[in-house]
Design a protein around this ligand. Structure first.
Ligand SMILES: NC(=O)c1ccc[n+]([C@@H]2O[C@H](COP(=O)([O-])OP(=O)(O)OC[C@H]3O[C@@H](n4cnc5c(N)ncnc54)[C@H](O)[C@@H]3O)[C@@H](O)[C@H]2O)c1
Length: 259
């Protein structure tokens, strides 16, 4: 039986952990050739090795998604390795830096700059270089990852993160309209409470506290699996979604339905 992404060349950033790793898993197990990328070489290589042992066609490149030269090299390397770039999932972002952290007026400029770089600049740079290739090669599909915090008030997210993720939504919609006539679709998912190692940056106890604080807001009161986020990215990337572009798809247990 033909697999859903057979023959497709896919690039996934943040593939060493969390939602990015689950996304690489879905594409690779459904027949795509996948370029995994992460700033963490150890975890990125480990995920790649695991998928290779399962028989998947995958490769890894270490890249910092906030550095333009790295992103440019990553797109070029994907094309060199697989001969194409059909689908990209830009997952890099830092949901957890300000979790339960300082209030707006206490936020440092350094923290603001870090968040804009990781959660917004990374998406701009990735899209810039992916689109530059796709325009010349018959189009493609890009999915970014925003957050509920980019759509509504989430106290634990912090203002800097909320602003960066609202920016991801605008970048997504702007690009979707700009490149619709060149066969490039651009969408984003907006995850709800999806436990990953990222929550534990300030320790497991703090991670659990943040999850327990957020979860009552979700009408469906269970944590969301990373594979559920990845399945949404895969659907937005497949041919059944051919008329879907500029869309923000919340995978949030109904949280956004409250407003
Ligand atoms: N987990 C959630 O509940 C949640 C909710 C809303 C939005 N999101 C968004 O989903 C995405 C993934 O979140 P997650 O929880 O899976 O994250 P995570 O912290 O579990 O994993 C992030 C991965 O990104 C990599 N990374 C970090 N900075 C990088 C950089 N500059 N360049 C390349 N790789 C880098 C890390 O090494 C790590 O492997 C992010 O954009 C996040 O903002 C997550």
């Amino acid at each position: 039986m033909t697999q859903r992404f057979e023959g497709k060349a896919v690039l996934v950033t943040a593939a060493g952990d969390g939602i990015g790793m689950a996304t690489a898993d879905v594409f690779a197990r459904q027949g795509a050739r996948v370029m995994l990328s992460d700033i963490n070489e150890t975890t990125g290589q480990a995920v790649t090795e695991r998928l290779r042992k399962e028989g998947c066609e995958v490769a890894f490149l270490h890249a910092d998604a906030t550095e333009e030269s790295d992103v440019e090299r990553l797109v070029a390397h994907t094309v060199e390795t697989f001969g194409a770039l059909d689908i990209a999932a830009n997952v890099v972002g830092d949901a957890h830096r300000d979790a339960a952290g300082p209030e707006f007026h206490q936020q440092s400029l350094e923290s603001w700059e870090h968040t804009q770089a990781v959660s917004l600049r990374s998406v701009f740079l990735s899209m810039k270089h992916e689109i530059a290739y796709m325009i010349e090669h018959g189009g493609g599909v890009i999915t970014n990852v925003t957050s509920l915090a980019g759509m509504l008030y989430v106290d634990a997210a912090g203002a800097a993160y909320a602003a960066s993720k609202a920016g991801v939504i605008r970048l997504t919609k702007f690009a979707a309209v700009s490149y619709a006539d060149r066969a490039i679709r651009v969408n984003c998912i907006a995850p709800g409470v999806t436990p990953t190692n990222g929550y534990n940056k300030a320790g497991e106890e703090m991670g659990q506290m943040v999850i327990d604080h957020l979860l009552p807001n979700q009408p469906i009161k269970r944590p969301i699996a990373t594979s559920e986020q990845a399945d949404a990215i895969a659907w937005l990337s497949c041919k059944e979604a051919a008329m879907v572009t500029g869309h923000v798809l919340p995978i949030d247990g109904g949280w956004t339905a409250l407003c």
